[in-house]
Design a protein around this ligand. Structure first.
Ligand code: SF4
Length: 347
């Protein structure tokens, strides 16, 4: 059993049911989706959420064979997907809160309604507790990091996602040995409507990993949290000025700490911190301190693979502080910080 990821471990062993599949067993009432009915849909959603929580507890009391589950034609999961599609008319999926109608225009992330992805495969380079992980790399991101390590994915639209076909791919990858399906990018948040639609077509109990920058809105968390088994969340910065300088985001600390707390209370978390040169005391130290006080025992991956990519490579003078790899001393200091705060480190 992996400390901090106990339920996830049991889902992997087939002893518990993935959360999205439990959501799919709850019958919901289909209403016509429009601006006026969104409030009604949200009301129904909060009622069914109580039922969902009770059901998860009941399911967790004993082993259930996922093959014996019955699914109504229209479920709590379908309702969630419909709510998200309606929310796209004034998008507040993330805390940029563009408010644009994504059916006709695009906000900061440059995403419309249709989602695109760059690749999907069985990833062996993720944390040991996740591999082999079926990673689906969506295009686009809600951040704009000057050191983006995935810039070839983020600033393009590669292949359109067909939810039904992608669901089949997820099931095929499961039979090929995936331990989970890992929605990543870029970032998954701006594609939440597509991801939930994909899950509506999946009938196997596969743990869902949400690999996010944790800058999503509370409205999005309210809908999405019930389908996520593991929040694989990035915690990059210990202060807002670093977040503004390197990723062009405001209010970073308040939003991300709020979201990590919520994820910790509602599911299981694997936190990733990419250690950056010259940012040990302002970011690594502050994050470790906050984690030990607020979400103790959480799985913590201290990552040393930072590379000065993208804009940093193009303008090394401008981004001087981070235009190099980490030194040995910085890596040692990061591990010392981990010891000071007794973090539950990924080996
Ligand atoms: S997901 Fe975020 S960045 Fe994209 S349109 Fe919505 S609010 Fe804007």
């Amino acid at each position: 059993m992996i400390p901090g990821l106990e339920r996830y471990s049991l889902v992997c062993e087939g002893k518990r049911i993935a959360r999205f599949l439990i959501a799919k067993t709850i019958e919901a009432e289909k209403t016509e989706c429009n601006d006026e009915t969104l409030k009604e849909m949200l009301k129904q959603h909060s009622e069914l959420k109580k039922e969902f929580r009770k059901l998860v507890k009941e399911f967790d009391e004993e082993e259930t064979d996922a093959g014996e589950l019955e699914f109504p034609e229209y479920s709590f999961l379908h309702l969630k997907a419909d709510i998200l599609r309606e929310m796209l008319h004034g998008c507040t999926f993330c805390e940029r809160r563009c408010g644009v109608d994504r059916y006709t225009s695009k906000g900061f992330c440059r995403c419309g309604v249709k989602s695109y992805y760059a690749s999907e495969f069985l990833h062996m380079g993720e944390e040991p507790e996740l591999i082999p992980s079926h990673t689906i790399f969506f295009n686009r991101c809600t951040f704009s990091c000057v050191f983006c390590q995935n810039y070839d994915i983020v600033y393009d639209d590669d292949y359109p996602v067909n939810p039904e076909e992608m669901a089949k791919v997820i099931e095929i990858r499961f039979f090929q040995g995936s331990r989970n399906v890992n929605f990543v990018g870029g970032n998954p948040d701006q594609h939440a409507h597509t991801i939930l639609e994909i899950l509506c077509h999946v009938s196997l109990s596969i743990p869902v990993v949400w690999n996010s920058n944790m800058y999503h809105s509370e409205e999005l968390a309210e809908v999405v949290e019930d389908v996520v088994d593991v929040w694989l969340g990035d915690f990059k910065y210990g202060q807002d000025s670093c977040a503004e300088r390197y990723s062009r985001v405001k209010n970073y600390w308040k939003v991300v700490t709020r979201n990590f707390k919520r994820a910790y209370e509602n599911g299981e978390v694997l936190l990733r911190h990419l250690v950056m040169p010259n940012n040990l005391e302002c970011c690594t130290y502050r994050i470790a301190e906050w984690v030990s006080r607020n979400i103790p025992g959480v799985r913590f991956n201290m990552m040393f693979q930072y590379r000065p990519e993208f804009m940093v490579r193009q303008h090394p003078e401008k981004w001087k502080g981070i235009a190099r790899r980490l030194t040995k001393e910085e890596m040692e200091r990061a591990m010392e910080i981990a010891r000071i705060f007794d973090l539950n480190l990924v080996e």
